[in-house]
Ligand binder design. Structure first.
Ligand code: G1P
Length: 275
């Protein structure tokens, strides 16, 4: 059973300035729910009740969000608005939330390593909240837990992207095991299209085995001078210990304005249909 999920949330969100000048990008809402809550709900649905954040300056709103807000709750108690807090109340009642700060932005690999103190020595999930996933029939992380239970190694979620976009992602290549699973042999962070081993891009969902921490400690800065998780995973892949899983469902890149608007439109049309 995987109990813990790590959320690296220290990044600045410069593509959303000025909106993210004084508030975390993870608190930007898709309709009425902040991005980070979609991610935590996905982890929770996968059975991960210990939620760990690698956070940073200007990110305190995330801590407040996953806590009781007494005055507000008192004020709306008994009104029709109260039901809007049902989902977040359930998370607060059942999950634990822990936080540690990443002092310097040294890349995703460094963020994950900073989270070691909250994770310990068991396999764990990682969710990048910028990637908002709508899984079919269940959440993408829940799908990945099933893949982990079969293969017992690190799992990355992948999808095909247009070749001209590969420079935004970690890209994998390997041996097809079945329709959805690939035994990764090679992975590279943000390649140029002409150097990309494929157009299968890693999205912001991972299950990692805890040996990743020791590997990360020994991983030198890579692409863009940052410690890259992809480089550490390549070490595991060389030992046949990484599966790339083609998830069922859709992903919105809410780290870009276009993806954010697409997600908003998608959720709004779902809500209209539900009425
Ligand atoms: C990170 C990872 C990259 C992955 C991407 C998914 O990049 O480094 O391998 O494909 O997330 O969103 P970032 O988007 O933080 O630059």
């Amino acid at each position: 059973m995987i109990m813990k999920c790590l959320f690296p949330v220290a990044g600045y969100g410069t593509r959303f300035l000025p909106a993210t000048k004084a508030q975390p990008k993870e608190m930007l809402p898709i309709l009425t729910k902040p991005l980070i809550q979609y991610g935590v709900e996905e982890a929770f649905a996968a059975g991960m009740k210990n939620i760990a954040f690698v956070t940073g300056r200007t990110k305190r709103a995330i801590e407040d969000h996953f806590d009781v807000t007494y005055e507000l709750e008192d004020q709306i108690s008994g009104t029709s608005k109260e039901s809007q807090l049902d989902d977040i109340r359930e998370l607060i009642a059942i999950c634990t939330f822990s936080y540690t700060r990443q002092a310097h932005m040294r890349g995703l690999g460094d963020a994950i390593l900073t989270g070691e103190t909250l994770i310990g020595d068991r396999p764990f999930g990682v969710i990048l909240a910028d990637d908002l996933c709508v899984g079919e029939p269940d959440g993408v992380m829940a799908q990945m837990v099933r893949v982990y239970e079969k293969y017992r190694c690190s799992i990355v979620a992948v999808e095909e992207v247009p070749i001209e976009d590969v420079g935004r992602y970690g890209v994998v290549k390997g041996r097809q095991l079945d329709d959805r699973n690939i035994l990764v042999e090679h992975m590279v962070e943000k390649p140029a299209p002409q150097d990309a081993p494929s157009n299968l891009a890693i999205i912001g969902r991972y299950i990692l085995t805890p040996d990743i921490f020791e590997i990360l400690r020994n991983t030198p800065p890579g692409k863009n001078g940052e410690v890259q998780l992809t480089d550490a995973l390549q070490i595991q892949a060389a030992n046949g210990k990484v599966i790339a899983y083609r998830f069922q469902g859709r992903r919105f890149d809410c780290g870009s304005v276009e993806g954010f608007v697409a997600a908003t439109n998608f959720f709004f049309s779902c809500r209209k249909d539900a009425r």
